[in-house]
Design a protein around this ligand. Structure first.
Ligand code: HEM
Length: 205
């Protein structure tokens, strides 16, 4: 099944690469100090690389949103109300018990359903909640002159920073779980092949 059009593969490749750069440079900035000025990447270089990767990531995010608005791919992200919670439970039970007993996927991939319910909700939360908050707070830190100075007596910059670090942390955890769940296709490598070649191979193929 051809499920990953070229533009989504290009978006994903750039996104993953920029994300890894942002994690390494972000951690380098976080844990740097006057004595230990070079944690993985030196502070000044980390700032430059972080800003550069962030700008590419933002432009790339615009590609993701526009692509999903203009093509059919957007429909895979729509969450229906019908059986929403019970479907989430089914998928959760499969991931925690069923798959170890060799049971079949409760929501096999098809042209109509690219993501299982848990994948769908995490992709929506990551891409349409955490990502925009990460970007907005990042812009706030990049351009401190536009950031609110105080909120209830607390520095707006510190609050923006806390939001940015929290979203960065959540998305990093998302990425680790995401990579793990991507090994749960018909073979451990089949979903990775899909996002490179465009073709999804299911259990039945
Ligand atoms: C090295 C890091 C990464 C690897 C190896 C990886 C791997 C994959 C694989 C194999 C797929 C296809 C399986 C599927 O449809 O779920 C996929 C899809 C996806 N990934 Fe990743 N990923 C990485 C990083 C990220 C990051 C950082 C994000 C976002 C924060 C992300 C968001 C997504 C989304 C939204 C899809 C679905 C795209 C679509 O078909 O519409 N990935 N990824």
């Amino acid at each position: 099944m051809y499920l990953y059009p070229k533009w989504i593969r290009l978006w994903h490749l750039i996104n993953a690469a920029m994300f890894l750069i942002l994690i390494v440079t972000g951690l380098s900035m976080q844990y740097t100090d006057k004595e230990n000025a070079s944690y993985v990447v030196g502070f000044a270089k980390a700032v430059r690389l972080h800003n550069f990767a962030a700008i590419i990531l933002i432009l790339n995010y615009i590609l993701f949103v526009t692509g999903n608005l203009l093509t059919n791919n957007g429909r895979y992200y729509r969450i229906g109300r019908k059986n929403f919670i019970s479907n989430l439970k089914k998928q959760f039970v499969y991931y925690s018990i069923g798959m170890f007993k060799g049971e079949k996927h409760p929501f096999p991939v098809s042209e109509e359903r690219k993501f299982n319910p848990l994948q769908k909700i995490t992709y929506v939360l990551a891409m349409y909640v955490a990502f925009p908050l990460l970007i907005i707070s990042g812009i706030g830190l990049l351009l401190p002159e536009i950031t609110i100075t105080t909120v209830f007596g607390i520095s707006g910059l510190i609050l923006t920073d806390i939001l940015h670090i929290t979203m960065g942390f959540c998305l990093t955890i998302f990425m680790i779980i995401h990579i793990y769940t991507c090994t749960l296709g018909s073979k451990p490598t089949s979903l990775f092949r899909g996002i490179i070649t465009g073709y999804h191979v299911s259990d039945e193929d």
